[in-house]
Design a protein around this ligand. Structure first.
Ligand SMILES: [Zn+2]
Length: 96
């Protein structure tokens, strides 16, 4: 086994569950407890709860307070440094 293969194996067998931070309340949650918003390579912003889309991610928890504030303060715009279309915020609202 080459050293590189050894590293890969350690990575994939790592059972620690990754925690992600809600962009509003900044609490840590399991990834599957959060709403994932992704900026794709094409600079499109989309809600990606299936987790199959690659790109830079932002996470928001399901608390109505967080979702409402993310929408009101346009926190996704700030996180991704782009103008996020209103349709994304509307989709987020439906997650409450
Ligand atoms: Zn939150």
């Amino acid at each position: 086994m080459t050293p590189k293969e050894k590293v890969e194996k350690t990575k994939t067998s790592n059972k620690r569950t990754p925690l992600r931070m809600c962009i509003y309340c900044r609490e840590m949650f399991l990834q599957n407890e959060l709403i994932r918003v992704v900026k794709t390579k094409e600079c499109e912003i989309t809600i990606a709860n299936e987790g199959r889309i690659n790109g830079r991610s932002a996470y928001c928890c399901h608390k109505a307070d967080c979702i409402n504030n993310v929408i009101k303060k346009h926190l996704l715009d700030r996180h991704f440094s782009v103008s996020v279309p209103e349709s994304v915020y509307e989709a987020l609202k439906k997650e409450i």
